[in-house]
Design a protein around this ligand. Structure first.
Ligand code: NAI
Ligand code: MG
Length: 485
């Protein structure tokens, strides 16, 4: 068994103005090892008063230390953050795997992605330049990009460090400052980031990290009148309440709200590639992925053979604790486990055919929260497993009569995050890609793209774009200066 010590050295107190500070009371929220159900750490809660201190610190740094540094130097600091994350990759990955339950290989990938965010946006810090606007000889007019202000980052538990760095790196590159509220289920790697940023030369106050629940810490942060922009990733219901709160003081928002994304497989597709892609789409991080391909939409001609192969592969998936790098790790919390089981049960009652799995597992000697990899044949599009985001290792299967029917089924939910398609027909792939309601389309590879490719939703999956150059737009405001000369 691996050395599980790293998490014991983490300073769990809120990181405010460059230091971990005492909260002044005993309020704490436990974070668990989902594989065993044991408490890993009791994390002190930052209440509204501490959130206010964190926002004030970020506000002071916005016009102070961070504004004093040239954009080129800001970029160099962000490069150093990337290096520092890489130099602690093993330790960060171990803690991430332990706290969230995700398999080690995925945790390692997450840490590298986090480093990549800083590396990618570091190069943009000195390139956010404006335009000059021709108004004729009597005028001079130009735009400049100014940091949007103090930004709040509300982080979910499925990609703890990745989501934190996905928002922080472009925010800092644009000269904004930040207060981060990690998910209560997985706060540990974000807490480690405080000293990493400080050691890399990020001035005190530029990034503050406050832990607690949505009620104790997230809500007062979003409601704070000095927050100019909120970057939120999580559920639709919480996203709506965050938008309402941000609206009260006219803060802008980026909403990344999950999905129910289809993987369309046509008869003419490379069936092996489609099979690998389908497995990856739903079983990565035990399906706890906003962009998971959780609905297989398969053309009738290839369906039987494909489903047989899929079932055989699903039966082979090994289950275990993330730290031992199994095929499938645990579910992040008991609450989430129960949600998965409830939607699957309701769907079976509504007529879904259970092909594999469909139950809570209790692997020997572990005691944590595991769900069997599950395949459900969906008789109708209106069943809960097809319509609701499950956030678990559950794939629904819908059979399409032909390409047009597949396009129709791909659109049958209120979400619009990703749409994937496997086909050898370029024209069909393009017709699908251009017409489907989704923020991103993956053709012949699921989870295509990376840090460089803009990412976000349509419909109930939200709005605003993260990743790529697009993400920077949320973190600067354009000021137009026009003079009569
Ligand atoms: P959630 O949306 O309630 O939590 C996400 C973050 O928001 C956490 O940091 C939480 O503390 C914070 N939060 C909660 N209430 C808040 C409030 N009033 N103001 C400010 N911050 C608040 O999601 P939860 O309950 O953890 O998961 C429920 C479901 O949400 C999952 O089953 C899944 O379907 C979906 N989800 C989607 C994610 C995505 O990547 N789009 C990520 C996590 C969950
Ligand atoms: Mg945990």
């Amino acid at each position: 068994m691996k050395d599980l010590a790293p998490h014991r050295h983490i300073d769990l107190k809120p990181f405010i103005d460059g230091a971990h500070v005492p909260t002044g009371n005993d309020a704490a929220v436990p974070t668990y090892d989902p594989a065993t159900g044991e408490v890993l750490a009791q994390v002190p809660v930052a209440d509204a008063a501490l959130v206010d201190r964190a926002v004030k610190s970020a506000k002071a740094a916005l016009k102070g230390a961070w504004a004093e540094i040239t954009p080129a130097e800001r970029g160099r600091i962000l490069f150093r953050v990337a290096q520092a994350i890489r130099s602690r990759a093993e330790e960060l990955a171990t803690v991430e795997s332990l706290d969230s339950g995700k398999p080690m290989r995925e945790a390692k990938g997450d840490i590298e992605t986090s480093a990549r965010y800083f590396e990618y946006y570091a190069g943009m810090a000195d390139k956010l330049q404006g335009d000059t606007i021709p108004l004729g000889k009597g005028f001079v007019s130009f735009t400049q990009h100014e940091p949007v202000g103090v930004t709040a980052h509300i982080i979910p538990w499925n990609f703890p460090l990745v989501t934190t760095t996905r928002g922080l790196a472009p925010a800092l590159a644009a000269g904004a400052t930040a207060v981060v509220k990690p998910a209560e289920q997985t706060p540990l790697t974000a807490l480690m980031l405080g000293t990493i940023l400080k050691d890399a030369g990020v001035p005190d106050g530029v990034v503050n990290i406050v832990c607690g629940t949505g009620a104790t810490t997230g809500a007062p942060l979003v409601a704070h009148p000095d927050i100019a922009h909120v970057t939120f990733t999580g559920s639709v219901a919480t996203g709506i309440s965050v938008m309402r709160s941000a609206a009260e003081h006219v803060a802008s928002v980026t909403m990344e709200l999950g999905g129910k994304s289809p993987v369309v497989v046509l008869d003419d597709a490379d069936q092996e590639a489609a099979l690998e892609g389908t497995l990856k789409a739903i079983f990565t991080n035990a399906g706890q992925v906003c962009s998971a391909g959780s609905r297989l939409v398969i053309e009738r001609g290839c369906a039987d053979a494909f489903i047989e192969k899929l079932r055989a592969r699903v039966r082979q998936i090994g289950i275990g604790r993330g730290i031992d790098d199994p095929g499938l790790g645990p579910i992040v919390s008991l609450q989430q486990l129960q949600k998965i089981d409830q939607i699957v049960t309701a769907s079976i009652e509504a007529g879904a055919g259970l092909l594999e799995g469909g139950k809570i597992l209790n692997p020997e000697g572990l005691g944590g929260w595991f769900y069997a990899p599950t395949l459900l044949k969906a008789a109708k599009a209106d069943m809960p497993a097809v319509q609701e985001e499950i956030f678990g290792p559950v794939l629904t299967i819908q059979i399409a009569d032909d390409f047009e029917h597949a396009c129709e089924l791909a659109e049958c939910t209120r979400f619009g995050l990703v749409a994937g398609i496997y086909t050898a027909d370029f024209s069909k792939a393009m017709r699908f890609g251009r017409s489907v309601s989704a923020g991103q389309v993956y053709i012949n590879q699921y989870f295509a793209g990376g840090v460089e490719t803009p990412f976000g939703g349509t419909k109930n999956s939200g709005f605003g774009r993260e990743k790529g150059l697009e993400a920077l737009r949320a973190y600067y405001a354009v000021k137009t200066i026009t003079a009569k000369i």
